[in-house]
Design a protein around this ligand. Structure first.
Ligand code: NAP
Length: 296
């Protein structure tokens, strides 16, 4: 039997992910807080629910991809939330990046009503969401993952079971430590290229193919040279993740000095009203310190 899928949160990530589920032939119902954002999917054949509870009542598997921990709590546990409408035996998959500890609390509340939950945060950016090539890190029971696999495969290429409930979110935080380290290294490298007077495009091309190559460099390096700050991932959401990293690292006593530095650099950009820029705008913090700009 084909599972009926419900998708909550049609932002930069969710709209591409939901479109890929629909394209793969799953019956799809969507809900978004700002209703206009459901229009493109409705035109492509998705049903639109009036509330998360109504969406859950019409779905076997409910997927959430909203911003932050309180937002997932609101759409699942809140008034008219998923928990109100979900049938016993259904499955919730949260693909947002949120607190691992709160994930366990939400899973317990769902479990008390006979609803299983997976935490399945993603990496791969808006490009990966649109192309269905995300990397998905999954926490939760093996049986739930086996059930979820066909729908996860419409959104992602690498799907890794990393442990029990909350483990997916912990691994996503590991991912974010590495992402922001890459972003800072890219920004410093491009500042040096600018100051050294070399051709920036050629410098980027040369280093992308070697040991310095990374997703960040290939996807966001050209955007920096074009001074295109449109977000694949906003600074505001990046800071949300870094706060989760700093809390989690503090809880286990792990030093993360590089991440702490990047958090403070992003703070200077938020103070300048740039929280809606893409996370690659980190270079603007270095430009302000150095007194010159990188110009492609
Ligand atoms: P986004 O474009 O800002 O979209 C956020 C979505 O969440 C929107 O649909 C928004 O609804 C909804 N939302 C927020 N708060 C809500 C609330 N209280 N109740 C109901 N709906 C709410 O963000 P995004 O980039 O798609 O990110 C979504 C999640 O994926 C985040 O957890 C993010 O960390 C994670 N993620 C993002 C990327 C990336 O590159 N962008 C990569 C990996 C993971 P409205 O339309 O009404 O605002």
């Amino acid at each position: 039997m084909t599972e009926r899928i419900g998708f909550i949160g049609l932002g930069i990530m969710g709209r591409g992910m939901a479109a890929n589920i629909l394209k793969a032939g799953f019956p799809l119902t969507v809900w978004n807080r700002t209703p206009e954002r459901t229009e493109a999917l409705a035109a492509a054949g998705a049903a639109v629910a009036a509330t998360p509870a109504a969406l859950a009542a019409a779905s076997d598997i409910v997927i959430t991809c909203v911003s932050d921990t309180p937002d997932v709590q609101a759409v699942i546990l809140g008034e008219d939330g998923v928990l109100r409408g979900a049938q016993s035996g259904s499955l919730v998959i949260d693909m947002s990046t949120i607190s691992p500890a709160v994930t366990q609390e939400i899973a317990a509340a769902l479990s008390a009503r006979g609803v299983a939950m997976l935490d399945a945060p993603v990496s791969g950016g808006s490009e990966g969401a649109a192309r269905g090539t995300l990397s998905i890190m999954v926490g939760g029971a093996v049986e739930a993952l086996e059930r979820a696999m066909p729908v996860l495969q419409t959104m992602g290429q690498r799907i890794t079971h990393v442990g029990s409930t909350g483990a997916g979110q912990t691994v996503k935080l590991v991912n974010q430590v590495i992402v922001v380290g890459n972003c800072l290294a890219m920004a410093e490298g491009l500042m040096l290229a600018q100051a050294g007077g070399v051709d920036l495009e050629k410098a980027l091309e040369a280093v992308s193919g070697g040991a310095a190559g990374s997703w960040m460099l290939s996807n966001r390096g050209p955007q920096i040279l074009a001074r295109d700050w449109r977000p694949g991932f906003t600074i505001d959401l990046q800071q949300k993740d870094l706060r989760l990293v700093l809390e989690a690292a503090d809880a286990v006593g792990t030093p993360v000095p590089g991440t702490a530095l990047v958090f403070q650099l992003y703070r200077t950009l938020e103070a300048r009203g740039l929280g809606g820029d893409g996370n690659h705008a980190l270079i603007k913090a270095l430009e302000a310190l150095a007194g010159f700009e990188v110009a492609g």
